[in-house]
Design a protein around this ligand. Structure first.
Ligand SMILES: [Zn+2]
Length: 370
C-alpha cells in the first residue's frame, strides 16, 4: 500500500487517540502545528465532550472505550456529535452517542438512523408551513415558502412548464414564470396529471384496493409521496389519466415490460421512471420527471434501447457518467458509470465499488418493491 494511504488509514482508525492528543492542547497550539484554526477548534471541542466530566459518566467511559476498540474515525465521531448535540434533555445526548458508537453499519446507515432517532426524541424542530421574508442584502430580498409536498410540487411543475430559456441555471429560469403566475398570467396552477409514474408493489396494491390504504405510502416520479388513500382519490378524480400503466419487473433481471402504453419510446421512458423515481446516482435527489433517459451501455458502443439497458439520470449526472469506461484515456478523472447489477441500477465507481442511491424516495422505486 502507498505510504501516504497507510498514514491516512492509521489516522482514520484512531479517532479517539487523535482526540486524546487534542484534549491536551489549546486549538491555538494545534494551529501552530498546521491544523487550520476552525478545524482545531472543532477537534478540541469534541475532545472536551468526550473526556470532560458529564451527566452520564459511566456511559461516557464505556462509549469512549468502545469507540477506541472499534477504531472509529474522526469523521465518524464528528458525525455522532453533530446529531447528539441536538438532544438537550438530561442524559439524552450521551445515550444517543452510546447507541451510535455501538451501531453496526456503513457511515450512511448510521447517519440515517441518527436522524431518525433525533426526530423521535424531538431534537430537530419540525418545519412549519408558512411564508418567510428575509431582510435586504445587497439590494436583494429572499422569500421562502414551506407547505405540503403536493402544493409545492404542483407549483414547481407549473413554473417548470413555463420556462422559456432552458440554457440558464434552473433558479434563474424559474424567476420570470414565477412573477407571470403571481401577476395573473397563464391559467393558474397546473392540475397534476399523473403521467408522473407511481410505483406500488402488488401486495400494497391489494391492501389499497380493499380500503386499507392509510398505512401504505407510495412514491411518485416527481419526488413526492402519497398515502394509498390519496392514490385512490387521485384515481377517482381522474388525475391518474384514462389508462393505468403496469410495469413488470423481474427481481434480478430488472424491468421486463410495460403494458397498456401508446408509443414505444414513451413506454420505455415510463418504465424507467417507475424503476428509479429519482436519479439513481448516489445522493442525487432530482426526481425522475426532470431526468433524461440514459443508455447504460452507450448507444455508440452497441447498447440497445431495451428496458434493462435504460435508466433515468438527471442532466448533470448524464453528463458526467463515464460512457467510455476504462478503454479510453481522458483529460478529466472518471467519476464512474451506471451499471445494472443483480437487476438494480448502481454507480460503478472508478475504484470498482457498486453504490446505490439511498435517498428515501429512491428506495421506494419499483425494483425495491419486489
Ligand atoms: Zn443525478
Amino acid at each position: 500500500m502507498d505510504p501516504l494511504m497507510k498514514a491516512f488509514k492509521l489516522l482514520t482508525s484512531n479517532g479517539i487517540g487523535f482526540l486524546r492528543l487534542c484534549a491536551e492542547y489549546s486549538p491555538y497550539d494545534l494551529a501552530d502545528d498546521g491544523i487550520e484554526i476552525s478545524l482545531a477548534k472543532n477537534y478540541t471541542r469534541l475532545a472536551s465532550t468526550l473526556f470532560s466530566p458529564c451527566d452520564s459518566p459511566r456511559i461516557q467511559r464505556e462509549s469512549v472505550a468502545l469507540a477506541e476498540d472499534r477504531g472509529l474515525s474522526l469523521e465518524y465521531l464528528e458525525m455522532v456529535e453533530k446529531h447528539a448535540t441536538k438532544l438537550k434533555k438530561r442524559g439524552a445526548a450521551w445515550r444517543l452517542r452510546a447507541e451510535l458508537i455501538a451501531f453496526e453499519g456503513t457511515f450512511e446507515e448510521v447517519e440515517s438512523y441518527a436522524k431518525k432517532r433525533v426526530m423521535e426524541e424531538g431534537g430537530d424542530t419540525k418545519k412549519k408551513p408558512g411564508v418567510r421574508l428575509g431582510r435586504v442584502v445587497d439590494g436583494l430580498r429572499t422569500i421562502s415558502i414551506t407547505d405540503t409536498q403536493r402544493r409545492i410540487t404542483d407549483l414547481e411543475k407549473t413554473l417548470d412548464a413555463a420556462i422559456k430559456d432552458d440554457d440558464q441555471p434552473r433558479s434563474a429560469a424559474l424567476l420570470e414564470p414565477f412573477w407571470d403566475l403571481v401577476e395573473g398570467g397563464g391559467t393558474g396552477l397546473i392540475r397534476p396529471e399523473y403521467r408522473t409514474v407511481i410505483a406500488i408493489g402488488l401486495e400494497d396494491f391489494a391492501k389499497v384496493s380493499c380500503g386499507k390504504g392509510e398505512d401504505v405510502v407510495v412514491a411518485l416520479s416527481d419526488g413526492t409521496t402519497m398515502t394509498g388513500t390519496e392514490f385512490i382519490n387521485a384515481a377517482m378524480a381522474g388525475s391518474l389519466g384514462d389508462k393505468l400503466y403496469v410495469g413488470l419487473f423481474h427481481p434480478t433481471a430488472g424491468p421486463v415490460n410495460l403494458y397498456e402504453a401508446r408509443f414505444a419510446s414513451d413506454k420505455l421512458r415510463t418504465l424507467a421512471m417507475a424503476e428509479n423515481l429519482v436519479c439513481p446516482w448516489p445522493d442525487c435527489n432530482v426526481p425522475a420527471d426532470r431526468c433524461q433517459v440514459h443508455h447504460i451501455d452507450a448507444h455508440k458502443h452497441g447498447g440497445h434501447t431495451k428496458p434493462s439497458n435504460l435508466t433515468m439520470l438527471c442532466k448533470y449526472h448524464n453528463g458526467v457518467n463515464d460512457d467510455d469506461g476504462p478503454r479510453k484515456k481522458r483529460k478529466r478523472p472518471s467519476r464512474g458509470r451506471m451499471r445494472r447489477h443483480r437487476g438494480k441500477v448502481r454507480l460503478h465507481t472508478p475504484g470498482g465499488k457498486l453504490v446505490g442511491n439511498t435517498q428515501p424516495v429512491s428506495s421506494m422505486g419499483a425494483m425495491d418493491l419486489i
